[in-house]
Design a protein. Structure first.
Length: 136
């Protein structure tokens, strides 16, 4: 079963911050596993955050685009009307932000059984998805 990777996994994989070296290593491990899954939203968020000029260690457009191309080896969920409706239902039921709800809806659409993120509660099960903070 695919395992959904949130944006923070992608961002930690490029971090040059020495204080984040263990997170970087774990993120690289997760991205090295072929069972990963992503969404267009995650790839967009990665690009915006990784290349923003106010970031401590921004990466150039070409490098970010190259990483995104490499990550297309994973299943990638588009934002569809069905995913949007699922996100809205999750948002109403669980009171997560819309963006977190959209991540969960994309993971469900891809048939994932777990979501790797540090943005939700580790160990929580949402709609059958196990939330895992891989940096704990």
């Amino acid at each position: 079963m695919p395992q959904f990777l949130d944006t923070n996994i992608l961002l930690y994989s490029i971090s040059q911050d020495a204080a984040e070296s263990k997170k970087r290593q774990r993120a690289v491990e997760l991205l090295g596993d072929d069972s990963g899954a992503l969404s267009i939203q995650v790839l967009q968020e990665f690009y915006v955050q990784a290349t923003r000029t106010t970031r401590t260690d921004p990466i150039p457009h070409e490098f970010a685009a190259g990483l995104i191309e490499a990550w297309t080896r994973f299943p990638i969920q588009d934002m569809t009307l069905a995913v949007l409706n699922s996100a809205l239902r999750i948002r109403a039921s669980y009171r997560f932000s819309f963006w977190e709800s959209a991540i969960l809806a994309a993971a469900l659409a891809l048939g994932c059984d777990r979501v790797y993120t540090e943005d939700l509660n580790h160990g929580q099960v949402v709609e059958g998805l196990l939330i895992i903070n891989p940096f704990r």
